[in-house]
Design a protein around this ligand. Structure first.
Ligand SMILES: C[S@@+](CC[C@H](N)C(=O)[O-])C[C@H]1O[C@@H](n2cnc3c(N)ncnc32)[C@H](O)[C@@H]1O
Ligand code: SF4
Length: 353
């Protein structure tokens, strides 16, 4: 099918204005100023038990097959969000396991409401597979910035990369989100503040489509191209060869080149800020070094109702200090420790007494 047929459904007006996502570190720093030497946590990356009906061959499947305890209860999560607010955390980040729009009532709605009540916005990644206008209005009214995952602009590739996804439905949902969220008038550091984004995971199949996908973002969505993380389903050689093969370096280059941020969806000092400025917790309350880093579970502590602000702050500072040590020892500052060739070296650093 012809991509232009789909393009015509979307506003394609171009804007030279650079964009900044509401919820990015620069957004808060320019608003409130920042103590450069002693940066506190901004993000709480929380994995939730949100099963997903898509079958993406790339899916990183955080938490899959790990020794998982009972999920945190809603009440425990609410208490934790209250502590996050007291710690000065500004955003709940829902990137990890599963599809949030499939679990609105009983899961996303009360959690986002609670985050909002504690003064936190939410950054949420979604395919929009089960998005409704009612949900979109709720997200708009509860300070949710949304990244839509869109890995292709032609229906066949989209289906190949998602297993069951329907591109036309997703493009209609993007249009609906744009209408519901409207145009922002806010400008920070000469950049237009936006609350919507598109996130592409670059693979061989979509390398040639990135500019077309970017047009969907038009002037009211940030455009991010991410490069693959080799975990979950990507651990399979067959899948990796089919989607990445010998193009990994090129995909990484494209991600830097095409993203509005120059890399990940949120960057702080050249490093993914959900990691560098965040605390991550898995479905069962295990602290992780990042939402995808399941192998760090059962080694960094567990969030309980008794966890104190001091303990959480200490955990945050400890991970930062160990990452700093790692960068000093290797002489490199990878933007994503998980994707680094010496990730094991970072894991070893986390284990040191
Ligand atoms: C794990 S998904 C969960 C949220 C939602 N189901 C979605 O796909 O947007 C969160 C983000 O991670 C990306 N992602 C998933 N697996 C990945 C991988 N192996 N490498 C890089 N990005 C990946 C997705 O494209 C999506 O933007
Ligand atoms: S990447 Fe997102 S949409 Fe795809 S299978 Fe994983 S959780 Fe589902």
């Amino acid at each position: 099918m012809n991509p232009e047929r789909y393009e015509s459904k979307i506003e394609t007006e171009k804007s030279p204005a650079p964009k900044i996502l509401k919820g990015a570190p620069e957004f808060f720093e320019s608003r409130e100023g920042v103590e450069r030497e002693d940066k506190g946590p901004l993000y709480l990356m929380m994995n939730l038990e949100t099963k997903c009906s898509y079958r993406c061959p790339k899916c990183a499947l955080p938490g899959y097959r790990r020794d998982m305890n009972e999920p945190m209860s809603l009440d425990q999560r609410k208490k934790f969000l209250a502590k996050a607010g007291e710690l000065g955390i500004k955003e709940l980040v829902v990137v990890g396991a599963g599809e949030p729009t499939e679990h609105f009532d009983g899961m996303m709605k009360p959690i986002i409401e609670s985050a909002h009540q504690e003064g936190l916005g939410t950054i949420m990644f979604t395919t929009t597979s089960h998005l409704t206008r009612e949900q979109a209005e709720f997200y708009r009214d509860h300070d949710v910035s949304i990244f839509v995952s869109l890995d292709a602009i032609d229906p066949e590739t989209y289906r190949e990369l998602t297993g069951t996804g329907n591109l036309e439905q997703v493009l209609n949902n993007i249009q609906m989100l744009k209408e519901v969220y409207g145009q922002s008038e806010e400008v920070i550091n000469g950049k237009k503040v936006v609350r919507l984004g598109i996130n592409v995971t670059a693979v061989k199949q979509n390398m040639e489509q990135l500019d077309e996908i970017k047009k969907v973002a038009s002037d009211n969505m940030q455009f991010i191209v991410n490069f693959p993380i080799r975990r979950g389903k990507f651990k399979s050689d067959k899948v990796w060869q089919r989607l990445v093969g010998d193009q990994y370096d090129e995909l990484q280059r494209l991600a830097q080149d095409k993203s509005d941020t120059g890399g990940h969806s949120s960057i702080d000092e050249g490093v993914c800020s959900y990691f560098n400025r965040g605390i991550s917790v898995d479905v069962d309350g295990q602290l992780l070094s990042c939402g995808y880093a399941s192998e760090t579970a059962h080694s960094l502590g567990t969030v309980t109702d008794e966890s104190t602000l001091n303990e959480l702050e200490e955990h945050y500072r400890d991970i930062r200090a160990r990452y700093k040590q790692f960068t000093q020892e290797t002489g490199r500052t990878p933007s994503c420790p998980l994707r680094d060739e010496d990730y094991q070296g970072f894991l070893d650093q986390l284990k040191k007494e």
